[in-house]
Design a binder for this molecule. Structure first.
Ligand code: NAD
Length: 570
């Protein structure tokens, strides 16, 4: 026996006029009791309206984007009355036109499932938990923390610190203090690096426990718009935040050889190769070159484009180029590796210049690729671009409104601090906050020696987009602090809007530039002008003063240098 019936929006809390964001059925579909029919979205959460009983959908009465309230008709169902009565109390209620009592989605395992536990993922999970949402964090590896904590930012910084100590000790020889050549115990260095990583990843695990975030280990793959399979288990969710990160890009055609590594392999510091080739003169390549140079390798860098760290203004890169040109075997710009032959005596590399050279190890650092394609996202209806990114809007929603993406998998720049900020925004949006991710500046830092940091507009971008700007550049050779550190090889640059002198961008090269850029980022976010920064009293003598001095240069009020005549009387 069967009956036509209208399925209406049940009483699912205190809301009216909410949009339909997904429709899971079409006319003619057979549905079982509790199958999701449509998804609604209030300012607090997304909710599925389930089928009250088994039957066949005869007609949809809403489309995506329509706004509905309690009692609005969603669709008509040719219902199997017998099954309905036997099946569920909610079905019975629906047939008698009573809305089902249980809030849809309330029996999902998680209100928020976060896929990936890097800086983006764990931040999103912790913020969601702090906002009272039942949260599950899925991570394929045993250790939490993702690439950044385990095989990226943190271990590389530990090794770069070791490199800086050695370089500093060596350089002091010129100024009367000699320690002799460094004795390097690679095993001890590696275990210190691993202990730093271990402390941080254990700390993330501890914070998850304290917040009652359930951590599930295993590789997650979507099975539908509200479920992810992790091994044997299927976890259902109201909302999902994809934070699945990225992986090192490979160069096709290179031989399989354990002497050819990506950054993960290089961070292992198993040995110090005598001749190291770094393919890619970007941030990762140059950071690892800094480490291996300090450890004693003869480093050659091959970069496809005509500048190290393409994308950064050349004047900021110049002090680094100068320093490494004196230390490294070679820096080959505008050069491509044509082929590599693995031989017993070494890796024979043919370059686009026609040269062939042999190396003991090769580090491939030619960029990173987002992991969007490996998640079964299509089963959830989530769009993945051909290059592996998952496009998102300003609230970090994918094309499926209750599924979000953050960090490397969402968009460039591929930086941990961008991911963690996006993680907070996504969690807050799920919790019903009206927020968007719209920073004015995301800083980039190369932790090379010297460090290079920049934020906001670059000169290259300004030229490309026809943005007018004034430059204010303070050379570190005029900084008492830089001279007393024996490192005057730096500069602090501000780009200012002509007239208003509002900050448009900033760049700093020199030791500690990664720390110093934070003041400029703050100023950019606050919409500060050069006067705001110039009138901020910086402690003397510090490197932070150079930011104040650059602002004074922009204002024409500097006295530590002779400002150009045109600006002096401003
Ligand atoms: P990158 O894109 O910064 O640099 C890769 C470089 O390799 C580019 O300069 C590119 O021109 C060059 N290249 C590409 N193909 C080449 C080829 N066949 N031969 C020679 N050169 C080639 O990538 P990366 O350094 O691998 O870093 C990856 C991502 O990770 C970046 O987005 C970076 O911002 C991020 N990251 C950031 C930090 C940090 O913030 N300190 C550290 C590491 C990585």
């Amino acid at each position: 026996m069967s009956d036509a019936m209208e399925v209406r929006v049940p009483d699912i809390g205190d809301f009216t006029d909410v949009p339909v964001i997904e429709i899971h059925v079409a006319a003619g579909d057979e549905v079982a009791p509790e199958d999701p029919l449509v998804t609604l979205e209030s300012d607090k959460a997304t909710m599925d309206v389930p089928a009250p009983l088994a039957g066949t959908v005869t007609q949809l009465q809403v489309k995506i984007g329509d706004r509905v309230s309690e009692g609005s008709v969603l669709l008509t169902l040719h219902a199997d009355r017998k099954v309905a009565h036997e099946d569920t109390p909610s079905a019975q209620a629906a047939v008698t036109d009573e809305p089902p009592p249980a809030p849809a989605g309330a029996d999902h395992d998680a209100q928020v499932l976060v896929l990936g536990s890097g800086p983006g993922g764990y931040t999103a999970a912790f913020r969601a938990a702090d906002l009272g949402l039942r949260t599950v964090l899925v991570e394929r590896y045993e250790a939490l923390g993702g690439v950044c904590l385990n095989v990226g930012c943190i271990p590389s910084k530990a090794l770069l610190h070791a490199a800086r100590v050695m370089a500093e000790a060596e350089e002091m020889a010129e100024h009367g203090i000699s320690f002799g050549p460094a004795k390097i115990d690679l095993d001890a260095l590696r275990s210190w690096k691993e202990s730093v990583v271990g402390r941080l990843t254990a700390g993330v695990g501890q914070l998850a426990k304290q917040r009652k975030v359930e951590v599930v280990h295993g590789t997650g793959s979507f099975t539908g718009p509200h479920a992810i399979a992790v091994g044997e288990r299927t976890i259902s969710f109201d909302n999902c935040i994809i934070a699945a990160g990225s992986q090192a890009a490979a160069i096709p055609g290179l031989p399989e050889d354990e002497r050819i590594t990506d950054s993960t392999g290089a961070l292992e510091v198993r040995r110090t190769p005598r001749r190291l080739l770094v393919i890619g003169g970007g941030i990762i390549g140059l950071e690892m070159a800094t480490v291996y140079d300090a450890l004693g390798s003869r480093v050659t860098v091959v970069e496809l484009l005509d500048q190290l760290i393409p994308g950064c203004d050349p004047d900021l890169v110049e002090p680094l180029r100068k320093r490494v040109a004196g230390r490294y075997q070679d820096i080959l710009l505008g050069t491509k590796v044509e082929g590599v032959k693995a031989q017993k005596s070494g890796l024979k590399v043919t370059l686009s210049t026609g040269d062939a050279q042999t190396f003991d190890q090769i580090l491939v650092a030619v960029g990173r690729r987002p992991n969007g394609a490996a998640l079964g996202a299509d089963r959830a209806g989530v769009t993945v671009s051909p290059d592996g990114f998952i496009p998102v809007d300003a609230q970090l929603r994918t094309n499926v409104a209750h599924i979000f993406a953050i960090g490397d998998v969402a968009d460039a720049p591929l930086l941990a601090h961008k991911a963690s900020h996006q993680g907070k925004v996504a969690a807050e949006v799920v919790a019903g906050h009206d927020v968007t991710f719209d920073p004015l500046a995301i800083p980039s830092v190369a932790y090379t020696d010297p460090e290079i940091a920049w934020a906001g507009l670059t000169e290259a971008q300004a030229r490309e987009h026809g943005v007018e700007y004034e430059r204010a550049v303070f050379p570190w050779a005029a900084s008492g602090r830089a001279l007393s550190l024996a490192r005057p090889d730096g500069l602090t640059k501000l780009l200012l809007e002509p007239g208003s002198r509002r900050l448009l961008g900033a760049g700093i090269t020199g030791v500690g530039a990664g720390e110093l850029i934070a003041e400029a980022v703050h100023a950019l976010e606050m919409g500060s002008d050069a006067e705001d920064v110039a009138l901020t009293i910086h402690p003397h003598p510090t490197l932070s003063e150079t930011v104040g001095f650059a602002a004074e240069l922009g204002q024409g009020t500097i006295t530590d240098l002779l400002a150009p005549r045109s600006t002096r009387s401003r």
